[in-house]
Design a protein around this ligand. Structure first.
Ligand SMILES: Nc1nc2c(ncn2[C@@H]2O[C@H](COP(=O)(O)OP(=O)(O)O)[C@@H](O)[C@H]2O)c(=O)[nH]1
Ligand SMILES: [Mg+2]
Length: 290
């Protein structure tokens, strides 16, 4: 891991005793790295892994990941949906237990801090709101929204909350290949990519879905593009990841002048579809753990 990055993360977390690493429950292995976890943990800092967006996966998958990641990293792991406020108690209990293990108790006037780290769009600000119980950390559906360090003192919480600043989020994001940045919605392709870059991005994302779970990706395609079942000759067909943009263009009737399917428009629609969480393809925990 790059020195600049490690230094930046350290300075953000210097006042945090407990660190909650927020990861997307759909693709936990792609968000969590051993090097990162080692760089944030120390003798006097405890890390909790929080798998968020559990509403987008089946319960047994979340439970499988919880066991697997706990065994791999020897850390407390909670699986929650910050948006739907599910698993709140587990998260609060885990936080209280870790502060307790450090011998810290906000009620005794100890200076306690809780740091939220994770990629852009993992749901850190939503988790902050959940912990606070009201809305004052601003959240946004646009990746990369939190710009400066946000520290929040919350009445009755007994600790300060620190949200990851945008600059650290950006560095975390840049450690990943573009396909994973797209998969994890770690940036907004609608605003950050040029139209001509959209088809390539769509192909990379579709290729990731193929790798993660080809059967689930196919089931979604057959459902979303019903003509693929019947194999209609006059319509776009699926010929691998690079054909996904044309399928979207076909479905939405996006044509260029001359009646050819508009691949760029189709690509942009596929990327948006994924940003809104509508493609039910997720990473499966290793079978030995399930
Ligand atoms: N489906 C789902 N979406 C969530 C959940 N938590 C956050 N989000 C959405 O993810 C996006 C990013 O959330 P935000 O808290 O701003 O993420 P941050 O960039 O890590 O601070 C927003 O559109 C949230 O509504 C969740 O539990 N489930
Ligand atoms: Mg945020």
């Amino acid at each position: 891991m790059d020195q600049r990055f490690a230094g930046m993360v350290k300075s953000v977390l210097q006042n945090a005793n407990v660190i909650v690493m927020v990861a997307d429950a759909r693709y936990p292995q792609r968000c969590v790295s051993r090097a990162f976890l080692e760089s944030v943990s120390s003798k006097d800092k405890r890390v909790i892994l929080c798998l968020n967006k559990a509403d987008l996966i089946p319960k047994h998958i979340g439970a499988g990941w919880r066991r697997c990641l706990h065994d791999t990293y020897q850390l407390p792991v909670v699986c929650i949906s910050a948006r739907d406020r599910l698993g709140t108690r587990h998260l609060r209990d885990a936080v209280a237990r870790q502060f307790g293990l450090l011998g810290l108790d906000g009620r005794k006037g100890d200076e306690c801090g809780l740091g939220l780290v994770g990629l852009p769009n993992a749901g850190k600000s939503t988790v902050a709101n959940l912990l606070k119980g009201s809305r004052s950390a601003s959240t946004s559906p646009k990746p990369g929204h939190t710009v400066g360090v946000q520290s929040l003192r919350v009445k009755g919480l007994g600790y300060m909350l620190y949200d990851t600043p945008g600059v650290v989020e950006t560095l975390m994001r840049e450690e990943l290949p573009l396909a994973d940045q797209l998969l994890l919605c770690a940036f907004n392709p609608m605003t950050e990519l040029a139209t001509e870059e959209m088809p390539d991005a769509a192909t990379r994302l579709a290729a990731r879905f193929e790798e993660l779970d080809p059967a689930a990706f196919e089931a979604w395609r057959l459902d979303f593009f019903p003509w693929l079942r019947a194999g209609q000759e006059n319509k776009a067909s699926y010929e691998g990841p690079s054909s996904i943009s044309l399928l979207f263009a076909q479905k939405l009737g996006k044509l260029q002048k001359g009646g050819v399917l508009d691949e760029r428009a189709g690509a942009s629609l596929f990327l948006q579809h994924h940003l809104s969480g509508k493609i039910p393809v997720y990473e499966h925990p290793p079978s030995t753990f399930s």
